[in-house]
Design a protein. Structure first.
Length: 364
């Protein structure tokens, strides 16, 4: 195997895939990336057995071949080379030699045949959409995924289509985020759970321009973004029936300036309990009072003008969950739907919009 290219031609693809190369591996080969050169193209593959990334680039292939080399070391070498320098990669026995200008590096290799790759995923559903639309679906919901929950199906994001709409839902059992968009073309109904690591990696890769092809198989999801192909295993489990959690028709509605409410919550949060992060919302007609106190008996209080015409109500929430939801809502104003002090609140843009956030109450 031998190829020549510019530093930039190989740097971009390496940076795109390096996120899944773990620093500590159970198998030594997972620290490596698979280099496969043929027909004027070099593909670089990295995997952690859950998420696989393949990036392809144009290079001058003098001798076709496949080999695996240490991923982070190769990236560090290429990063440290001067801009626009010509790079030659050549397999020399069981070493990969990297030459650039007057620099020469010899890296250890492991056979390409030992590298685990995902073959065909038997796609049962194919959807094409804009990258910006997929990015929005991920950005608006990812923060509600659980981390290391024993209910393993919560450590990921539900991706669902009913034929007309594509929807992402995430919940950690204390709050829930949902975002949806209309599909241009009809598709079959499908529901899959993408693991947390896959979601975060995909979020890193998705840009604002160009389209993206999403394929869902029995055990994998595959997303093609230009020269990058992302494949992730799916979580085998049943996602909760989230529709039952979303308040259908809250009896009281508060409309507030989103930024003013967010800043008031941030200030009040300073003196909330560091562990439980509880704050109390007290509603009166057109007035919201936010209070917090901590074990040191310190207190914070904020008053903010809102549009509200219902009865007086007091309810407690985790301030971080409210702030996450407010940050994700679009527009200058926000609508908070409440029922009573024991019911979840529904946070969304006035008039509904295509994103909803549910936060469970806290006993304070």
């Amino acid at each position: 195997m031998k190829l020549v290219c510019d530093r930039e031609q190989i740097l971009g693809p390496l940076q795109a895939v390096i996120g899944v190369v773990e620093r500590r591996q159970t198998m030594p080969i997972l620290a490596n990336v698979l280099l496969s050169a043929k027909n004027g193209r070099l593909s670089i593959t990295a995997t952690d057995l859950e998420v696989e990334l393949v990036a392809t680039t144009d290079v001058g292939v003098q001798q076709a071949g496949d080999i695996t080399v240490p991923g982070r070391k190769l990236l560090d070498i290429v990063k440290a080379l001067p801009d626009k320098v010509g790079v030659t990669l050549a397999l020399d026995g069981d070493r990969m030699t990297v030459r650039a200008g007057k620099s020469r590096f010899a890296l250890t290799t492991l056979p390409a045949a030992d590298f685990p790759i995902v073959e065909e995923i038997n796609a049962q559903l194919k959807v094409e959409l804009e990258q910006s639309a997929l990015r929005r679906l991920l950005d608006k919901t990812h923060f509600s995924m659980a981390q290391q929950d024993v209910r393993y199906y919560l450590n990921g994001m539900l991706l669902e289509t009913d034929g007309k709409m594509l929807r992402t839902v995430a919940t950690d059992g204390h709050r829930l985020a949902l975002c949806e968009m209309e599909l241009d073309s009809r598709s079959g109904a499908q529901q899959v759970i993408v693991p947390r690591k896959g979601v975060l990696e995909l979020q890193r890769l998705v840009g604002d321009e160009g389209s993206v092809a999403v394929q869902v198989g029995t055990n994998h999801i595959r997303v093609e973004l230009g020269d990058i192909r992302f494949t992730s295993k799916l979580i085998d489990g049943r996602f909760p029936e989230y529709g039952r959690v979303i308040p259908a028709a809250p009896t009281r509605t508060v409309t507030a300036d989103r930024d003013a409410l967010r800043r008031a919550l941030q200030r009040t949060a300073i003196l909330s309990n560091e562990k439980y992060r509880g704050i109390r919302l007290a509603l009166k007609p057109n007035l919201l009072t936010i209070t917090a106190h901590n074990p040191e008996q310190e207190e914070a209080e904020e008053e903010i003008e809102v549009i509200y015409g219902g009865d007086e109500l007091e309810v407690g929430f985790n301030v971080n969950y409210l702030l996450d939801a407010l940050s994700a809502v679009d527009g200058a104003e926000v609508e908070v739907g409440l029922t009573d002090s024991n019911s979840s609140c529904l946070v969304r843009a006035p008039g509904g919009g295509n994103a909803k956030y549910v936060v469970m109450p806290m006993r304070l």
